[in-house]
Structures are given as C-alpha cells and as structure tokens.
Design a protein around this ligand. Sequence first.
Ligand code: HEC
Ligand code: HEC
Length: 325
Amino acid sequence: MSRLQFVWVPALAAVSALVGSQYAGAQQPVGSSPSSRDLTWAFAVGGKEQPPEPDPKEVVKLPGSDKSYTREQIDDLTNTMDWFPGEHPPAPVAVIGAPGRKAVACASCHLMSGGGHPGSASLDGLPAEYIQRQMAYFRNDTRKAIRMNAIAKTVTPQEDREAAEFFAGLKPTKFIRVIEADMVPETYVTRFRERYVKKGGKMEQLGERIIEVPEDAERVDARDPHSGFVAYVPKGSIKKGETLAMTGGNGRTVQCAICHGEGLKGLGDVPRLANLHPIYVARQLYDMKRGESSGKMAQLMKQVVANLTDDDILNLSAYVASLQP
Ligand code: HEC
Ligand code: HEC
C-alpha cells in the first residue's frame, strides 16, 4: 500500500500546485512537511459528482422552529436567516448580515449557534481575544485559510470585536459524535467542501482517515444549528490520542492540558479543543506544522506539532473531538 501511495505523491503535489492559487489552503500539504498520505479527508475539495441544484423557491421548515425560509434565503450568505432567534443574544450585523450588505455574514458558515460545519470551524464559546487575534492573522495572511483570508478583509476590526464577543458569549453544546469504526458509508464532497453520505452508496474501509458527515444531511443543508455531525474514526484512535495528549509521548509533543486547560475546555485566551470538528483540528495541526498558521501566539504550538506524525494528528483529532465541550 505504501508503495502505491509513494508513486502517487508527485502527481498529487503537481495537481495541488496547479489548483493551489485558486484553492489556497485546500491542497495537499506540500509545504515544509509533505505527507505521503492522501489527506483529502481533511483538506476536502468538491469533485465532479454533485447533487442536483435545489429549487431556490422551495420552502423549508425545521423541527422545533416556527420559521420558514426559501432555499434562496438559506443560501444567501450576506443576509442570513435565523431559525432560533430566542437562543442567542441579538446578533451584530457582521454575524447575521443585512439586506444589500456586501460582506458575507459569519453565521452563514459558522451558524447562529457557532457550531459550524466540518469545512469551516466551531466558534461557540471560543475566547473573544482568540477570535479577534485569528481575524487579525487572516487579514495580514500570517494564517492562511480557505475563505477566511478574503472574508477578514471585508470586515473592520470593530466588526471583528462585535462578532468575537457574540460567539464568545455562546455556550458550546455537543455538536459532534465520534464513533470508532472499520467500515464507513461511501461519501462525496460538495462544492462547498462538505462531505456527505452518498445516497445508495456502499460501505467502504475507513483506513487512515476521519470521515465526518451530517447526522441529517437535509437539516445541515438548511444550516440547522440543532443538527450536528458524526465523525467516524479508526478503531483505537481515541485512546492513542488520549495517551499522547496526556503524556506528551516521551517528549514527542507537549501535554495539551498545560495550555488548553483541564478537559481541553480552554484556558484564558487559549481556545478549547474539546468537541471541535476533528477535520478542522487536523487541518489546523497540519497548517501549523507546515507554517501556514504562524501567527505570534501560534508559535507556542510550534514545538507541539514539530514531531507529530500523520498517525499522531489523526489520533489527537479523534480524541479532542470526542470530549465533552
Ligand atoms: C463562506 C464561509 C465563511 C464565512 C461567511 C465566515 N467564515 Fe470563518 N471560517 C470559514 C472556514 C472555511 C474556516 C476554516 C479555515 C481553516 O480550515 O483553517 C473558518 C475559520 C474561522 C476562524 C478560525 C477558528 C479557530 O478556531 O481558529 C475564525 C475565528 C473565523 N472563521 C471567524 C469568522 C468571522 C468572525 C466571520 C464573520 C466576519 C467568519 N468567520 C465568516 C468560513 C467562513
Ligand atoms: C505551550 C502551550 C500549548 C500547548 C502545550 C499546546 N497548545 Fe495548542 N495552542 C496553544 C495556543 C496559544 C493556541 C492558539 C494560538 C493562537 O492564538 O493563534 C493553540 C491552538 C491550538 C489549535 C488550534 C485551535 C483552533 O481553534 O484553531 C489546536 C488544534 C491545538 N492547539 C492543538 C493542541 C494539541 C492537540 C496539543 C497537545 C498535543 C496542544 N495544542 C498543546 C498553545 C499550546
């Protein structure tokens, strides 16, 4: 197997170099720490196979909400809908958007609950200083990320602050269920870089991947903040990740709780890791390792990631995602 993958690496690297400018951050890690593994499970890019375009006039309703929105409203990124307005404080314009506003609204991708999708990230309950700092890194490109570099340049630091305070004020809820498995449903990746279960698909080997999919694709499509995700992780990975996180693996890395706090629930302005999307965590660890997320505070993560192997990153991502937020 490793021989086959070895042959494939240059081809993948060449393809990612080609698409790199268009999909910055979405390519295989080809920087300082190339991996011989196929990492499209973490850096997912939509393929040819796409579901039919929904009817923009279709009216959608969700369990537990008295609202109804058309597909067109649901997919309007600049003026986002709000299924459960009673569940959060009034949202600043950067978060929820407004009719005619040009900048995309944070909640269109990160949801009004901050729970986010695996292709984006959770923001609920992250420290406000942390969120603002990331926005500054995105704006000055010290942290390279799909979509966020461009988005950060459309909002002002004042809007960052308002958005950061809003998301920091939300109580994180458990949004991701982690299951150890050998076999997983066949999946495909949408043009929004989200992985969905293929209808009528077979089961396939999970292998050395994490496959994170909606619990309910239709509700996730409707950006329902109550409908979370299931992440299939390799058998034994949670325990291995836990051991590494707790011990530092004889100096291979540093015990996570020293900085991320007990239960990895966050400490001061260091973010929680507990129950973050595992796909996102893996992307960040790779990005930090290859220097694509290299803000001043991220330097503290330098020695943590320097010697992590592909297996370590997989196991740590599985473990932290499995924790109670
Ligand atoms: C079009 C979708 C989209 C919108 C709109 C969006 N984001 Fe993001 N955001 C992303 C994606 C994708 C990532 C993950 C980047 C990565 O994988 O490194 C992300 C990541 C982040 C992160 C990093 C989270 C972490 O734990 O470090 C922050 C902070 C963030 N976004 C804040 C915002 C704010 C504030 C807004 C509104 C001004 C916003 N985003 C709007 C897609 C979006
Ligand atoms: C010496 C302190 C320190 C240790 C030890 C540490 N971290 Fe971090 N970590 C940080 C800081 C600080 C940040 C936030 C960087 C920033 O503000 O840009 C961070 C950020 C992260 C992020 C990005 C979170 C997000 O929301 O994007 C991940 C993932 C992460 N750390 C994983 C780990 C894991 C896993 C371990 C243990 C193996 C670990 N860290 C150990 C200091 C540390």
